[in-house]
Design a protein around this ligand. Structure first.
Ligand code: ADP
Ligand code: ASP
Ligand code: MG
Length: 423
């Protein structure tokens, strides 16, 4: 029996009962002969509540203090979980990210893991403990300050530890039975996927399926760590994410793996940009210098009479203020007329490696949206994905329409959501 890493998300440890339930599950794995490392998130919506609190005392807290605050959430759950396990008569020790050897760069709020040195975890395991690690946090190699890995970052902690400890599997326990063909909170007829490739899962995650974080899937693919996404509330088999399916994992040879949606982005339109070389470069250099990642970009055809054009792009809502401020400061040098900010948008994406070889997927996608009366504002594609931006109000209807049009609706039971608030 090898080593397993189990990660429990916030909804699985939302209250004392949840912590006790999860503790029993962890002890079962230990009794089955595994060495067990647990990565735990903050309880319920604690992280959101801490963010709300920070905003009440300061509109723009510094990254260092913000990270220090947010990591408190995971510290609470790790200590309580270790206590609950001890109460069941088993040895457990909790560790902060820093103590567990999660070393990151120094970018606060979205640090990247650059090394994992889990010496103390190994020792704790060798002494017969269950090791509990606070997810979503690390320590900067250079500044030695505490960092966080970005929202949902406990998934990445889990996979990074699984790679560093050479675990046989990384189990991600959450509030649904696995990865579905769409968010079960939106599409009741979504189907659970038994096996999905890293490639398709990466696109789904990047397109907003927050059941797994994009960076975590990237990490798992790089180190070839199989992920098993499953519910902490049921005993069911979940979804395996790996390079190749094993013999007992059912593979549906569907053209489309799923539909993802994302309401966390906003759109900025730079109005009245002179249509000459270097303008787009100046705009996006300004954004890049502010360390903001953008997603989709579109430039309109310029009006012949004015020689001016508009450039629109999408970015995380959380970075909206920073981007507008940076562009306003550079307005005179870039030479545009005005800025428009719109945070009432949604992105809907269709993902599947099968679309590479099947004509008509794009047409079918647009037809489904048009039949549902949904207007498309931006479009972007990759080899295995098509995404559009629509009004936020249309998102649920659009996702359901596309899901049905591509034959993804299940004819059996409704997808179960066991917990969480969907926040
Ligand atoms: P945790 O607290 O366990 O990290 P998250 O809220 O981050 O949980 O992720 C689980 C949620 O992801 C589900 O409750 C579901 O609403 C959402 N989700 C979005 N897309 C999907 C999908 N394709 N399959 C399953 N869940 C999805
Ligand atoms: N607690 C953090 C968050 O809510 C990290 C995580 O849950 O993965 O984003
Ligand atoms: Mg999550």
């Amino acid at each position: 029996m090898g080593l397993v890493v189990q990660k429990y998300g916030g909804s699985s440890v939302a209250d004392a009962e949840g912590i006790k339930r999860v503790a029993k599950r962890i002890v079962e794995a230990k009794k089955n002969g595994h060495q067990v490392v647990v990565v735990v998130s903050a309880m319920g919506d604690t992280t959101d509540e801490l963010i709300d609190l920070a905003e009440q005392v300061s509109p723009m807290p510094t990254g260092r203090e913000f990270d220090m605050l947010l990591t408190a959430g995971e510290r609470i759950s790790m200590a309580l979980l270790a206590m609950a396990i001890k109460n069941l008569g088993h040895k457990a020790q909790s560790f902060t990210g820093s103590q567990a050897g999660v070393i990151t760069d120094s970018v606060h709020n979205k640090a990247r893991i650059i090394d994992v040195t889990p010496g103390r975890i190994r020792t704790a395991l060798d002494e017969g403990n269950i090791a509990i690690v606070a997810g979503f946090q690390g320590v900067s190699q250079d500044s030695k300050d505490i960092t966080t890995l970005g929202r949902g970052g406990s998934d990445t902690t889990a996979v990074a530890l699984a790679a560093a400890l050479d675990a046989e599997v990384c189990e991600i326990y959450t509030d649904v039975d696995g990865v579905f063909t769409a968010d079960p909170r939106v599409v009741k007829k979504a189907k659970k996927i038994d096996w999905i490739s890293f490639e398709d899962m990466l696109e789904l995650a990047a397109s907003g399926s927050k059941v797994l974080l994009h960076r975590c899937v990237e990490y798992a693919r790089r180190y070839n760590i199989p992920i098993h996404v499953r519910s902490s509330f049921s005993g069911l088999q979940g979804t395996w994410v790996s390079n190749e399916p094993r013999g007992d994992q059912q593979v549906e040879h569907a053209i489309i793996s799923g539909v993802a949606h994302d309401v966390s982005e906003a759109k900025i339109t730079v109005v009245g940009v002179p249509d000459k070389p270097g303008e787009a470069a100046a705009i996006f250099r300004t954004i890049a210098n502010a360390e903001i990642n953008i997603d989709m970009v579109v430039q309109n055809v310029s009006a012949a009479s004015t020689g001016l054009t508009d450039i629109s792009f999408t970015l995380p809502k959380a970075e909206g203020r920073k981007a507008i401020d940076a562009l306003e400061r550079a307005k005179a040098t870039i030479g545009f007329e005005s800025l428009r900010y719109d945070d009432q948008i949604a992105k809907i994406s269709l993902v599947g490696a099968g679309m590479k070889t099947n004509p008509g997927v794009t047409a079918g996608f647009f037809e489904a949206l048009s039949d549902a009366g949904v207007n498309i504002e931006l479009i972007s594609t990759s080899e295995i994905r098509i995404s559009v931006v629509t009004r936020a109000d249309d998102v649920n209807e659009a996702v359901r329409a596309v899901h049905t049009a591509f034959g993804l609706d299940s004819d059996s039971d409704e997808a179960v959501v066991y917990g969480g608030t969907g926040r």
